[in-house]
Design a protein around this ligand. Sequence first.
Ligand code: SF4
Length: 341
Amino acid sequence: MSDPIFPYKLDNDYYGDVASFCDEFLEYSNGFNFKNDEETLEALCIGVYWYLYGTTALDLNSNIHQVLANLAEYRRAFPEDKPFIDSLRGKLLTKYLFKPYEKNEEKLTHENLNLLVNFLEATGDYMDQVPHFRNFTHNLDDCITITKWFCKNSANYLGRYTCDLNNYLENNHTNHWMEEDVIFYHGHELEYHLNMLGAEIMNRMFKAEYDERPRKAIVLPGCMNAKNKKCKAKQDRLGLVCTFCNPKCSAYKITRQYPDHEVYIVSHESTAFKGANKSDVEELGIIGITCVLNLISGGWKSSNLNIPPQCVLLENVACKSHWLSEDIYGEIDDDELKLKI
Ligand code: SF4
């Protein structure tokens, strides 16, 4: 395979850059009297999604919203029906929700926020974020103001990590049409930057709670074993556990490196923590490893279950289910994982 173009790519400077951006953003947001950093992040998410998807959200027919939201719920509850549901959702999403970006001139009111949340729910990509927006009570004008600041500044810190995104999307612009990940795949650069900043904010928010947990689990995405069909990992309650069949495998290396930690491979975020029981919820802190566009959803998924998360980003996307023509081994910054643990 020739060298692939990635929608994003990290290097050694990334964690320093995102920390500086986060410091500056939180200092700026201090002037808006948000309750805490979580509400600040909710406000920024709302503002960015309103900016990117507001026009489509205002146009979304309520019956289409309902059908798509029900299908997304059904898919979560019955993963065995995924092929059938995904095919139907892909067609509906491409026809009704996948629209080119159009400038949004409407004011963000509480009524419009409800329509935006309906849109997010219909995509199925924001299920763990939606409850945070349904209960949002802070002044909506502040969401817009901090979003304008974010849009003006994010590229200064994070733009070089997504500099190939437009090229990548132009080269693949019909990819994933009629598929359930069509909106996810064609995400705007601002969503990449939002997830990068969001992950840094969450890492700070949940650090103390995470440190107090007696059990630590590292949760790896399926690409870390390159979706290897010959993988001999064994199914455990919380995910697949490596049995060390292939020293080249990234999951092998991490599992060997941290013998005192639980390490699980989870093939899809919708199945993560499905088997968690009461003691897991009380004892576990997790380090989730994932690609950029899953960071905020993954963090809130874990914290909604009362399992404090920390996250480490994949250096670049690695799987062919969404991004590449072939699976490659997902890699991370080892030093960052060591620091988080
Ligand atoms: S080394 Fe572990 S995770 Fe990798 S393919 Fe083998 S069993 Fe699966």
